[in-house]
Design a protein around this ligand. Sequence first.
Ligand code: ATP
Ligand code: MG
Length: 391
Amino acid sequence: MFGELALKGRKRASFATALERNLRRALRGAGRVKLHRRGSSFLAIAPPHVLPRVLEITTELPGLSVVQPALRLEPAAAHASRAAVELLRGVAARSFAVRARRREKTFPISSMDLARAVGAEVKDELGLSVDLTSPEVELHVDAYERELFVSVDRLRGAGGLPVGTSGRALVLLSGGIDSPVAAYRMMKRGLRCDFVHFSGQPLTGPESAYKAYALVARLGRYQGRSRLFVVPFGLAQRLLASSGAGRLQVLAQRRLMVRVADALARHEQCEALVTGDSLGQVASQTLRNLEVVQGASSLPLLRPLLDRDKSEIIDEAQRLGTFETSILPDEDCCTLLAPRRAVTWTEPEPLIELERRLDVDTVVERLVGQAVIMWPRPQRAGEREPASAAA
Ligand code: ATP
Ligand code: MG
């Protein structure tokens, strides 16, 4: 069932189309699954052994608010009753309610009679009591002319909007914990994401780029194949240091990254940049410094984790399955030449002056030219972290 889409009025049809496309893509490779549109819901028909995979995929896909696994039966009340008893046998509850709906008038029994018939059987067989106002468990029966569905679980979907319905963004992906979470949050608001990673190469090894690759593969579960640009940033960092960046080194690097990302984004038709910044988390993330970095971007710079505590971000990274990869060791290109004490407040002028001295536009152009593009294969539900191969 889709959630916010119900609110979208005229846009609804195109949102549903995007959701259907994303759903088909996500389910590809899950096994034999048939997908149909049914009003404001989708119906995925799969053999039982494929069900866990289908549930994993559908509950994490942006745009679906409720996922309801159900048994599909021949359209007769007797089948519904038998299935209901089997489903509720394993459920620890004392009271229940049957919510039956005749979805097509060609089904011969009214919703009320269907509910009564199924309810009576459950009561007799299992000794549960009927409670229509606050039952411990609800049993749903949906009857059509040619089929009938019985279910007890209603799982919460990821919610949000289908990826691709809000436009495109370029995510600055560091290989740390925060930026993959930031990317997922923006995907959930409908942004299709591309990624750029700045590695310390050639002054460091390629480890951080492997991590970025594995993270993008993981995030591909939510939007399909994504592009990753890897920019070797080591020499540019050294250039900033030798040009006298001093205590402004980290900010100068951040601004340069943003400039390069901005140029790449414009070239790739992305309309915004995304970072994993969280206010006050580290010295470079004071309100003032965030503003100074934003100043280097011509596109909106989105920071969906701005108000998050680290512990909240870690919880979400664990849920997404990016945490294990993020904490693998690498040589962070940012700490490489970082000053011992970073500034928490600066005027933008010294940075602008520094950028003028080293002719920053030429540096940006060179770095954009050195960007290597990759297409990490999306990791499927149930697949192991690819990170262990890279570690
Ligand atoms: P993260 O866990 O995402 O690295 P962080 O808490 O370590 O975040 P910083 O290292 O200050 O914070 O980085 C802030 C943001 O800047 C990151 O979330 C990311 O969006 C961007 N960023 C930092 N370093 C890089 C890099 N090497 N490549 C691409 N983006 C980067
Ligand atoms: Mg970091």
